[in-house]
Design a protein around this ligand. Structure first.
Ligand code: HDD
Length: 695
């Protein structure tokens, strides 16, 4: 992809505003004093005729708009999408017609339950909404970072959201699923089971938006120019791999840096480390609609990738941060019914409800029917119709006519012949009935499939997730009901969860485990090895071995890592030999949970100072607890003394070696740095036992 600006970016130039001119009112009248209101005498009452004060305060009073009813907390970025190959045999969508078409995008990532100011790293689903500004109009792929959903029919969405949001009587807890009403709903609504498995897994605490998969969730339909349909599921795969946090770490980050994911996305783009995802599709021929043991229209089911492989079709790069959060990220309006020729819906009852809900919500949130004219929402494709007026109409429509057909306006705008949206001519018939199809009835098989597919460490985390969440439910009957449901997923799983939350494990097996798995859903099978954007802390004090510091910094930065030198105070520390070493931050202002790995270089006095500083010791201990790579060089190994391992485990004994994910070495040679880089690229050392670590 070239560096040229996208068409969307260029179009935004006309609305970009800089604060360079003299201060004025909204009507352009220059203002000489904005600190003192107009009053009768220096100590007298303020006068109503102070139009500047009134305008300023009134505008302020109206600054807030309703936050999104779900997905209120989010962060966005612009970028571009380019196909690898032409898909014209499958879809009439021009933006998928070939690698010579690059389409501008805006992407917004979000959490679901929390309000706009809530913390990023809560246990929750992440929204992954992509707006493609195609030449045929805007196409929105409004997905999540999990491939299934809580419910099968959109009519249940208000119930589900009411259950997961803070409880209505006291508005507690904020941005948490660990409370009675959610689990009450879940226990009574077994169709939630599969999604709850994903939510209790580490998928719900992504390390970064950059390391998060995205899914369109529903089965959609590609439609070719000839009108031929093909079922399609969309997948976004991050090129950096799919990686998550540790739950304890995630909770601590909520306090240390509530903007953790937002900041990470912003900074990566500012550094020029543009996040990338590959778009993939699973394709199912129309005639194979009923070839599966689940219903393609059921959004609580995946199509296992082993049954229908994901075909990579293009790449998305996010390369530009918005200029203004409110104008762009807050006002962006996604809508599942924003489709372009070649992409159509299916009768998935969840999708059908969404197609109503998103337009409706924007009307309220953005104050009326002209929200598509807000700059971030405007298509790059031309717009021409007879819709008129409404609050905040920005277009100045010219001419006498605003109806069709007309002769006075030359018949314009006239229906087009080419490139028009044509709905897939699906044959439908049926009585009006309020029933759920029998083919939606199995709520457990794929929850079991998910469980069977996890690596041991993922399974441990899943059990711990259930125990944590249900442990926060006051009502024992609620806990018991969920355990009873889990007994249909896997007997051992339900027993282990039950043991952790003080309820009776089920005596007999519910539904027997079918033993099938889908390795593609395990994060153990993701891409590893990249250091791009990984945050590495190097702890230093006076007398530090500067050569070791430089060796690590140079080696890791060259692989794309961000290396920060942390000391007790900001400024610089004296080196054992050579120039002083500049410190990036005082470690009291950060925390180990904000880093992916930690290095403790040697230098006798540096090591001694760090060893006597509880903050530094805790830093290393906590990083170790959270399964992060640690490197200790020379005397730096002293900081490992308080780890619960047999004495001498980490004693430097010539050369470089790795014990439990800790690289120890007498000197910071190339092999030492390379070994550490390998561990960091592996994300976490999951097989390190950490239960006894007091952090
Ligand atoms: Fe939704 C927002 C994703 C089901 C109703 N949804 C919203 C956003 C995402 C999703 C990513 C945030 C968009 C943004 O960043 O502005 N929603 C999903 C997925 C679903 C899903 C993947 C199931 C597969 N949603 C769903 C249902 C309904 C809604 C069933 C209603 C019947 N969703 C909304 C909404 C929101 C929304 C109320 C809130 C703010 C907005 O739309 O713009 O209309």
């Amino acid at each position: 992809m070239d560096d040229a600006r996208t068409e969307k970016d260029r179009r935004l130039d006309s609305v970009r505003t800089d604060s360079a001119q003299p201060l004025t009112t909204e009507t352009g009248v220059r203002v000489g004093d904005t600190d003192n209101s107009l009053r009768a005498g220096a100590r007298g009452p303020t006068l109503l005729e102070d139009f500047h004060a009134r305008e300023k305060i009134t505008h302020f009073d109206h600054e807030r708009i309703p936050e999104r009813v779900v997905h209120a907390r989010g962060a966005g970025a612009y970028g571009r999408f380019q196909p690898y190959e032409g898909l014209s045999d499958l879809t009439a969508a021009h933006f998928l017609s070939g690698p010579d078409v690059t389409t501008p995008v805006f992407v917004r990532f979000s959490t679901v339950a929390g309000s706009r100011g809530s913390a990023d790293t809560v246990r929750d689903v992440r929204g992954f909404a992509v707006k493609f500004y195609t030449e045929q109009g805007n196409y929105d792929l409004v997905g999540n970072n999990m491939p299934v959903f809580f419910i099968q029919d959109g009519i249940k969405f208000p119930d589900f959201v009411h259950a997961v949001k803070p409880e209505p009587h006291n508005e507690i807890p904020q941005a948490q699923s660990a409370h009675d009403t959610l689990w009450d709903f879940v226990g009574l609504q077994p169709e939630t089971t599969h999604m709850m498995m994903w939510l209790m897994s580490d998928r719900a605490i992504p390390r970064s938006y950059r390391t998060m998969q995205g899914f369109g969730v529903h089965t959609f339909r590609f439609v070719s120019a000839e009108g031929r349909g093909t079922f399609v599921k969309f997948h976004w795969k991050p090129l950096l791999g799919t990686h998550s946090l540790v739950w304890d770490e995630a909770q601590r980050i909520q306090g240390k840096d509530p903007d953790f994911n937002r900041r990470d996305l912003w900074e990566a783009i500012e550094r020029g480390q543009y996040p990338e995802w590959e778009l993939g599709v699973q394709l199912v021929a129309e005639e194979d609609e009923h070839a599966f043991d689940f219903d393609l229209l059921d959004a609580t089911k995946i199509i296992p990738e082993e049954e229908v492989p994901v075909r990579p079709i293009g790449k998305m790069v996010l390369d530009r941060n918005p200029d203004n959060f409110f104008a762009e990220t807050e006002q962006v309006a996604f809508h599942t019914a924003n489709v372009v020729p070649g992409i159509d819906f299916t009768n998935d009852p969840l999708l059908q409800a969404r197609n109503f809900s998103y337009l409706d919500t924007q009307l309220l949130r953005l104050g009326g029917s002209n929200f598509q004219q807000i700059p971030v929402n405007r298509p790059v494709a031309p717009v021409s119709n007879n819709q008129r007026d409404g609050f905040a109409q920005h277009r100045v429509h010219r001419g006498q006519t605003s109806y069709y057909p007309n002769s006075l306006g030359g018949g314009c705008p006239a229906p087009a012949d080419e490139g028009v949206y044509r709905h897939y001519a699906e044959k439908v018939e049926g009585g009006k009935i309020r029933v759920r199809s029998e083919s939606f009835a199995d709520h457990y098989s794929q929850a079991t499939l998910f469980y069977n597919s996890l690596a041991d460490w993922e399974r441990e985390h899943l059990v711990a997730g259930f125990r944590f969440e249900l442990g926060k439910c006051e009502e024992l009957a609620v806990r018991q009901r969920v355990v009873a449901n889990l007994n249909h997923v896997d007997h051992e799983l339900s027993a282990r969860v039950a043991e952790g939350i003080g309820v009776e494990p089920p005596e007999t097996e519910g539904t027997p485990n079918h033993g099938r798995s889908s390795p593609a859903v395990s994060m153990a099978n993701t891409a590893f090895g990249s250091l791009t954007g990984r945050q590495i802390a190097v702890l230093v004090a006076d007398g530090v071995d500067a050569a070791a510091v430089h060796a690590f910094r140079d080696g890791l930065v060259s692989e794309g890592a961000v290396v920060e030198l942390l000391a007790a105070t900001d400024g610089a520390v004296r080196a054992g030999a050579g120039d002083p070493v500049t410190v990036d931050r005082a470690y009291t202002t950060v925390s180990s949970v904000l880093y992916d790995a930690v290095v403790v270089p040697g230098g006798p006095s540096s090591a001694e100072s760090l060893e006597q500083d509880g903050v530094a010791v805790h830093f290393v201990l906590e990083a170790y607890k959270h399964h992060k790579a640690v490197a200790a060089v020379g005397e730096g190994t002293r900081l490992l003394a308080s780890l619960p391992v047999p004495e001498g485990t980490f004693a430097p004994a010539g050369g470089t070696r790795t014990e439990l994910g800790v690289v120890v070495s007498e000197t910071a040679g190339d092999d030492c740095v390379a070994e550490f880089a390998r561990l960091v690229g592996g994300h976490r050392i999951w097989d390190r036992p950490t239960a006894a670590v007091p952090a």
